[in-house]
Design a protein around this ligand. Structure first.
Ligand SMILES: *[C@@H]1O[C@H](CO)[C@@H](O)[C@H](O)[C@H]1NC(C)=O
Ligand SMILES: *[C@@H]1O[C@H](CO)[C@@H](O)[C@H](O)[C@H]1NC(C)=O
Ligand SMILES: *[C@@H]1O[C@H](CO)[C@@H](O)[C@H](O)[C@H]1NC(C)=O
Ligand SMILES: *[C@@H]1O[C@H](CO)[C@@H](O)[C@H](O)[C@H]1NC(C)=O
Ligand SMILES: *[C@@H]1O[C@H](CO)[C@@H](O)[C@H](O)[C@H]1NC(C)=O
Length: 307
């Protein structure tokens, strides 16, 4: 009897519990086929993509993968006015890093966990939209690139960049091929090699984001209307269209895994990279809001801090 009770409880738990611990960094509301997701990492002043956000994203992905037809469009925005999401918690690349998450994704065992989150976002059965009102660099930029569409606010807070090459890394969260397919080969090289920031208006001109809006109200009104229209149509159309566009804009999973493992296993552990990473932790006061996190990539001054 006790054994049966136990089995029954376990079943109930597994039917409702999330796979990973939950940290409440994603606030969601759903109506009329649209799920609005607000990213609010209360453990960080910069919406750092640390294990809190990654665990919550992985749980959300698992829910969305069930093809729940109640949700046809997922719209992501940020609670932090300065940062959509900053970048990956660089502790991930430092020795002694501790996290409740596995280093590799159990469902995709060759892929480092953070990159598996991005890969899974590209594969979601829903249409996905990023509403960008603040900075999104590196993994933060790759998070918006992994979504199907991006709309940005014309504001000095919006600065997009891929700065891994300034640390001697490859951008391994998909930006080489995702950005390449949006902005072209030459510009993907220009922005990655230089690690320069790009503003919302320029980003819209070259296709990095779909459009830029002058006011928050225009931005949100446009995105909610677009999401509402997409949500009217059969999900099969969203999924089949996505499979087709993914087929020409993503590289094969094996090649992506190779890129991801290159940064994690080869580039980041090198002595030179480890020194830069430690320096970055110091000049950012442990990845908190301040001059470097705000303006990295704007000019020589900040980059010099690392040289
Ligand atoms: C749902 O989230 C969106 C985006 O944050 C917000 O504009 C809207 O007011 C929210 N709706 C409800 C019912 O909370
Ligand atoms: C959801 O839909 C996708 C695409 O049609 C399919 O590959 C996947 O198996 C479905 N997942 C579930 C849990 O039904
Ligand atoms: C973010 O979460 C904190 C803590 O729950 C809350 O006080 C704050 O209002 C949230 N921010 C937004 C914009 O929802
Ligand atoms: C990614 O999706 C696969 C199923 O396709 C799942 O097994 C795995 O747990 C997911 N991983 C993350 C990090 O979302
Ligand atoms: C840096 O912040 C993390 C939490 O994000 C904390 O665990 C760690 O102890 C901090 N390190 C220093 C040197 O303050």
């Amino acid at each position: 009897m006790l054994r049966r009770l136990f089995t029954c409880t376990l079943f109930l738990l597994s039917a409702t519990a999330s796979r990973y611990p939950s940290f409440g960094t994603l606030q969601t509301n759903t109506s009329s086929g649209i799920m609005n997701v607000v990213i609010n990492n209360t453990f960080s002043t910069i919406n750092l993509i640390d294990f809190h956000i990654l665990a919550d994203l992985a749980n959300l992905i698992e829910d969305l993968q069930q093809n729940d037809t109640d949700v046809r469009v997922a719209v992501f925005s940020s609670a932090n006015p300065e940062y959509f999401t900053a970048h990956l918690d660089l502790n991930f690349f430092l020795p002694g890093y501790e996290s409740p998450l596995p280093l590799l994704d159990p469902g995709n065992p060759e892929m480092p966990f953070p990159m598996a989150v991005l890969y899974n976002i590209t594969q979601l059965p829903q249409a996905t939209i990023a509403v960008v009102e603040g900075r999104a660099r590196d993994f933060g930029n790759e998070l918006i690139l992994a979504m199907d569409m991006r709309f940005a606010l014309n504001s000095p807070s919006v600065q997009l960049a891929q700065t891994e090459p300034s640390f001697g890394f490859n951008p391994a969260g998909g930006s080489q091929f995702l950005a390449q397919s949006l902005i072209g080969r030459g510009r993907a090289f220009e922005y990655s090699f230089s690690s320069y920031n790009i503003d919302a208006v320029t980003a819209a001109q070259i296709g990095w984001v779909n459009r830029a809006f002058d006011t928050q109200s225009e931005l949100h009104t446009y995105v909610q209307a677009l999401a509402g229209r997409i949500a009217l149509f059969p999900p099969a159309g969203i999924q089949a269209t996505k499979a087709g566009i993914n087929a020409v804009s993503l590289i094969p999973l094996d090649a992506w895994i190779q890129q991801a493992r290159n940064i994690v296993e080869v580039l980041a552990p090198s002595t030179a990279a480890q020194e830069l990473l430690k320096k970055y932790m110091r000049v950012t006061n442990n990845q908190t809001n301040g001059e470097v996190e705000l303006n990295y990539g704007n000019g020589e001054d900040v980059v010099e801090l690392l040289s």
